[in-house]
Design a protein around this ligand. Structure first.
Ligand SMILES: C[S@@+](CC[C@H](N)C(=O)[O-])C[C@H]1O[C@@H](n2cnc3c(N)ncnc32)[C@H](O)[C@@H]1O
Length: 228
């Protein structure tokens, strides 16, 4: 039997696609990134870090309620991705105490230096600062029980890849919080629906959704969990 070259080519392409799909499934990998990766994002903030320390921010954000919802308690291990000045890092570090750990993750080396100095000054030995990559938080595998991206997701240039790379750092049942503001991506906000669709693509499911983080209802607080 003589096969035509075109038939052989089609058969080869189908076989390759089958092998790739099954290899990815066997590795437990989330589906590959799609066009959502190219959407508009905001420039990562590089200005004065004291801007994040505004008086009354604890009350406006109801940060203690956020901490409770994420299950942040003594002994837990937490990541603050896009930590900035470390505003949330220090609050989480006080809550988890000496037997817990808070990873302060940021792509800005000035923020990492600032947080290191702040943790020393505030005698918080449980803070570990990580200078990360734009598409990878670079957390140790199986290292965290809870994660918060506070006013950061809209700046993440490759959100699906970053969220996919975060998966390996999550312990079973870990909660991932995203607090952001509705917007078009480049105006310091990103649509709640966009976040939900990208995180689904990266292998997460929505557990809870809140709008108490700001009175104007423009801000949202999503709680996600890794899909196994
Ligand atoms: C608007 S600031 C918010 C700071 C802090 N979360 C707060 O609300 O006080 C966003 C921070 O995210 C950081 N960032 C942007 N893209 C990032 C990425 N892909 N991975 C980690 N950090 C990122 C920026 O460097 C900046 O410090």
């Amino acid at each position: 039997m003589v096969l035509k070259p075109r038939v052989v080519l089609i058969a080869l392409v189908c076989f390759q696609s089958f092998v790739l799909q099954h290899f990815a499934a066997a590795q437990g990998a989330a589906p590959a990134a799609a066009a959502s990766e190219q959407r508009k994002t905001s420039e990562p903030y590089t200005g004065d870090l004291s801007i994040f320390e505004s008086p009354g921010r604890d009350e406006r954000l109801q940060i203690n309620r956020v901490i409770e919802i994420l299950g942040i308690a003594p002994g837990k291990s937490v990541a603050d991705i896009g930590a900035g000045s470390g505003w949330f890092t220090v609050r989480a570090a006080r809550r988890v105490g000496g037997s817990g750990t808070v990873y302060a993750v940021d792509i800005n080396s000035e923020a990492i230096r600032y947080i290191g100095a702040r943790a020393r000054k505030e005698q918080l030995q449980n803070v570990k600062a990580i200078l990360s990559k734009a598409d990878d938080p670079q957390l140790p595998p199986g290292s965290v029980d809870a994660v918060l991206l506070l006013k950061t997701y809209h700046e993440v240039a490759q959100p699906v890849t970053l969220m996919r790379n975060l998966r390996a750092a999550l312990r079973p049942g870990a909660k991932v919080g995203i607090i952001d503001r509705n917007g078009n991506g480049e105006d310091h906000g990103v649509g709640r629906d966009v976040v939900l669709s990208e995180t689904k693509e990266a292998g997460y499911k929505l557990l809870e959704s809140y709008d108490f983080v700001k009175g104007d209802k423009m801000d949202y607080f999503l709680v996600l969990e890794r899909v196994e």
